[in-house]
Design a protein around this ligand. Structure first.
Ligand code: NAD
Length: 421
């Protein structure tokens, strides 16, 4: 619940209402946008390794497909809720629209703890989930992907199960697959890389020289580590601090992010990296750096610590790391924000490339993936920046306005509300 007592889904509905009113959208468009088109609740029986049958609850939510098939990840998480899945499905509609790829928005989830399940149990759950939702998904209707708690192996099981049910090999139904079954090169680092392309544009706007920039990164998983390595290798930026769930490390002279990754793989954490001193995650966020990349989890910058954030740019690689109240403070203090659904849209963009390649049965090389990703992320950033300057609103509001307007335009063109466009 937020400060007004609204759930995450309700607070996103309230944001949509605000955008609809600024854009002067018809009542019908606004009413359709507020609700998912479909919401499926399923029970998935799974035989556990000890012979017991457990029934897991799962969901698939399809929010809007005005611009193309529903698209969104499948989460395996012990605290999953339908409210979160509905909120994330709306965010996927907006994210696909902001990078202007022909997808709508959806999301799925199963209440389970993948960390406590064996490989066999996970495979049976993944296949059972597809058995339960397969009539809803398909290459031209709804294309799932990995998300929290799921990975390429889970996608391979799910794709295989779907292929068995329809009777033919169908890699185009799901993205984030291993390369051997129709995955795309360049998917692994796509979210971090896409974020770096938006950071390059933000630096140009603020006249910041990235080769002399200091950077702090919170979260050293798939997104944070790839972004840090790219900024270090391609741009020459100085990564002075890195944190993960166990704590942080700091070196004023700069860290070698590849060496830190090796250390993290070997020891399970970035902490105790020999060429650095330790720092808390709270202090990491408040360092005097040019660029701060929260790449771990939501709500880490709040009303409480926002006044102490000294970075010039905050690149939201994670989903929702800055609360709305904190964002007002950062805006007031003149910090430049790259909002999450723009900054981390590189993942869904390369998922789109994977879908196109699987449909075509023709696979691109990594240079082509990088080139096309850079083009899309750069254009999306510039669209949002122009809107922000034109309307004198924050980057997040500008991104929301563009995304909602694009979805509404498609709904109007398809005459989903009365009359012709
Ligand atoms: P991941 O699981 O690979 O890595 C998460 C990292 O965050 C780990 O280093 C972990 O130790 C750290 N972390 C967890 N809790 C922490 C805490 N309390 N304090 C500090 N660090 C903490 O996850 P990921 O795929 O890198 O995703 C990171 C964020 O990016 C998430 O918000 C995710 O929703 C978002 N995101 C990811 C993708 C993607 O393609 N992977 C796409 C869009 C958005």
């Amino acid at each position: 619940m937020d400060k007004k007592g609204l759930s995450w889904f309700e607070s996103i509905q309230a944001q949509l209402d605000e955008m609809a009113s600024i854009l002067g959208l018809e009542q019908g468009i606004q009413a359709i946008l507020r609700e998912p088109r479909k919401e499926l609740h399923v029970s998935i029986p799974v035989e556990m390794d000890n012979g017991e049958v457990r029934v897991f609850k799962g969901f698939r939510v399809q929010h809007n497909d005005a611009r193309g098939p529903f698209k969104g990840g499948i989460r395996f998480h012990p605290e999953e809720t339908i409210d979160t899945i509905k909120a994330l499905a709306i965010l996927m509609t907006l994210k696909s629209a902001i990078v202007n790829i022909p997808f709508g928005g959806g999301k799925g989830g199963v209440i389970c703890n993948p960390g406590e399940m064996s490989i066999g149990e996970l495979e049976r759950l993944s296949r059972g989930y597809i058995d339960a939702i397969f009539r809803l998904i398909g290459p031209d209707t709804d294309v799932p992907a990995p998300d929290m708690g799921t990975d390429p192996q889970v996608m391979a099981w799910m794709m295989d199960e779907y292929s068995k049910l329809v009777g033919y090999y169908s890699p185009q139904v799901i993205t984030g697959k291993p390369l051997s079954v129709g995955g795309s090169v360049g998917r692994g680092d796509a979210t971090g890389r896409g974020g770096v392309y938006t950071i390059i544009e933000a630096a140009k706007r603020l006249d910041i020289e990235l080769s002399t920039t200091t950077v702090a990164v919170q979260g050293y998983g798939k997104v944070g580590s790839n972004a840090a390595i790219l900024m270090h290798d391609i741009l020459g930026s100085k990564i002075v601090a890195i944190g993960d769930i166990k704590g942080g490390i700091y070196n004023k002279q700069g860290l070698d992010p590849r060496k830190v990754k090796q250390h993290e793989i070997k020891t399970g954490s970035v902490i105790d990296f020999p060429e650095a001193e330790s720092i808390t995650n709270e202090a990491l966020l408040e360092l005097e750096v040019t660029l701060l990349c929260p790449a771990a989890l939501e709500n880490v910058i709040t009303e409480e610590n926002a006044p102490r954030i000294k970075a010039r740019i905050v690149a939201e690689l994670a989903n929702a790391p800055v609360t709305p109240e904190a964002e007002d403070i950062l805006d007031h203090n003149g910090l430049f924000m790259i909002p999450d659904f723009l900054c981390n849209a590189g993942g869904v963009t390369v998922s789109y490339f994977e879908w196109v390649q699987s449909l075509d049965k023709y696979y691109w090389d990594v240079e082509e993936v990088h080139h096309r990703l850079a083009k899309i992320m750069t254009k999306a950033f510039q669209d949002v920046l122009s809107e922000s300057l034109k309307r004198k609103v924050s980057m997040r509001k500008a991104a929301n306005l563009i995304a909602v307007a694009r979805v509404a335009e498609a709904m109007k063109a398809r005459s989903w509300v009365s009359g012709r466009p």
